[in-house]
Design a protein. Structure first.
Length: 118
């Protein structure tokens, strides 16, 4: 084997090792990030946040799909399968996960319906 061929093989081997370590580092970083964020709860209207605080009594976090707005933001649907409560509240069971619908009335949101959905 010539010196230039050996040098190229060594260089290719080193570059492949560097590529593997970078992929591992990127994957490790993503695994440590918590997808649940407090901002998805904090951005809700005050009445809805207060109700969640009563339920959770602790740091409430959610995924982006936790709250959806309909009817030009007059209705909010909360899907508790996308909600996390540090105090260990149980929002999902054998009959499904809790869902709540809030409607805006005279500038304030009120709970219209609370039910479990599969």
């Amino acid at each position: 084997m010539s010196t230039s061929t050996a040098s190229r093989l060594l260089l290719a081997f080193i570059l492949s090792l560097l590529g593997c370590s970078q992929l591992s580092a990127k994957g490790g970083n993503m695994a440590n990030q918590d997808p649940y964020k407090t901002q998805y709860v904090e951005s809700l209207p005050p009445e809805v946040r207060a109700a969640l605080t009563r339920e959770c009594r602790s740091s409430a976090k959610a995924l982006p799909d936790f709250a959806s707005y309909t009817e030009n933001t007059k209705m909010i649907v909360l899907r508790f399968e996308h909600f996390y409560c540090n105090s260990g509240g149980t929002f999902c069971g054998p009959s499904g996960c809790l869902q709540q619908i809030y409607v805006s009335s005279h500038g304030h949101y009120k709970l219209l319906r609370s039910y479990y959905s599969p």
